[in-house]
Structure formats: C-alpha cells, structure tokens
Design a protein around this ligand. Structure first.
Ligand code: G3P
Length: 223
C-alpha cells in the first residue's frame, strides 16, 4: 500500500494519482476546511464522491462529524453508500475521553461490514485496542507524537509488533507528516502506509542535484 495522500484538495490528488504513486487518500474535518469544502454535509459529500472516483479502487477515508453514538453509526452508513471505496474515520475516543467509540467501530466492522479507520491515536496501546475491535486501519499521528517529545518510530515499531504477534488484520497508517524524511523512516519502522501531505510528496521527488543533472543532459543534447 505504502503511500496515501492526506488532503481534500482534488487537484493535488489528481496530479499525484496520475503518476501512479497514490494508493489511497485520507481526509479529516480540519483538512476539508483548509481545502475549501463548504456547504455542510452536502459539500462534504460532493468533494468525497469526486475524490473517491479519482482514486478508485483505492480507499478514501472520510471522518464522521459527530461524537454521538447513533449519529456516528448513521453517518458511517451514509458515507459508505457514497462510493464502494470509502472507509469511515472514527476517533479512538470522544473529546473528553468518552468510551463509546470502540463499540461503534466494532459494530461498523463486524455487523455492518463497513471499513473503519480509527484515528487521532498517539501510541501503540490505543492502536492495539482499535485493531482488536476490528479496525481495518489504525492511524497513528506520528508527527503529533514527535511534537509532544516522544519517539514516533518506537511507537510504530511497537504497534507493528503487536499487530503481527496477535495476527490482527489492521494496517498502520502513520499520519501527520511534518518532513520529507518522515515517509521512508516511518515505513521502515513498520507502518504499512504513510499518509503524506501533497507538498511533501513533491519534496520526495525533486532533488537539487537531479535538477542540475537534468539541466546538464538537456544543455549537452542541444550542443
Ligand atoms: O491524517 C492526520 C493528519 O491530517 C493530522 O495531521 O498535521 O494536523 O497533525 P496534523
């Protein structure tokens, strides 16, 4: 799987999808706000349906906009009707540590056959429980882990070992990229996927010495 794009910007997603290097897209309410999605749930639906089509059959993660149990279940069922490649993002717990979410995640995966991406996680123990609940994806916010002074690489390694030791199907998405070096570093640590900001994908491709080399080839070709 390797590389997802962490964005709601359809032009950026299209650009990189055409290169064949994208295996999925993740979004969240903050990214959608930043990327100009307006118009409430209709606006979200319009953008999500468009992105799902661009990257099909690769998965698009769409986050619920409520932390109320029935509303999470309802939105998850609605989102999964928008396209057959949509996974629903649910946070590991509520804004004040409410514990309803794992039950919702378990119901969605096991009873409703909806793929769930459990999000906003900061350590291996959260990811382990989300995986036990049946999550398809466990999103570890590795950049935020580093922001807090902890070592994201160690958390990714611990998470991967737990998933492998206990035969859990969940795939680790290392998220909240900050620097180009995060991508390969987190994949090497054991993340199945890194979800990358579009500007960092550009940074992975372009190298100053490659630029000079290409310029030299073109100049010599002209001569
Ligand atoms: O995929 C999660 C990501 O968008 C969060 O990133 O930069 O807000 O920590 P950030």
């Amino acid at each position: 799987m390797a590389i997802f794009i962490d964005s709601g910007d359809i032009k950026e997603i299209e650009k990189f999808a055409k290169m064949g290097i994208v295996r999925g897209v993740t979004t969240n309410p903050s990214l959608l706000l930043k990327d100009g999605v307006t118009g409430g749930m209709n606006g979200i639906k319009k953008r999500m349906v468009a992105i799902a089509k661009v990257i099909h059959p690769y998965p698009l993660s769409v986050e619920v906009t409520s932390n109320e149990k029935d509303e999470m279940l309802l939105q998850a069922k609605q989102f999964s009707q928008w396209a057959d490649n949509i996974a629903v993002k649910i946070t590991i717990h509520g804004p004040h540590g409410e514990l309803d979410n794992l039950e919702v995640i378990h119901l969605l995966e096991k009873k409703h056959d909806i793929r769930v991406n459990v999000t906003a996680m900061m350590n291996a123990q959260q990811c382990f429980l989300a995986a036990l609940a049946g999550a398809t994806y466990v999103s570890l916010f590795a950049g935020r882990v580093n922001d807090m002074g902890y070592n994201s690489v160690e958390e990714i390694k611990k998470t991967r070992k737990l998933l492998d030791d206990f035969g859990l199907k969940a795939k680790i998405i290392a998220a909240s990229t900050r620097e180009v070096l995060n991508i390969v570093e987190w994949l090497h640590a054991g993340a199945h996927i890194v979800t990358v900001l579009p500007k960092l994908l550009g940074g992975m491709i372009v190298h100053p010495y490659s630029k000079l080399t290409v310029q030299q080839f073109l100049a010599d070709a002209k001569t």
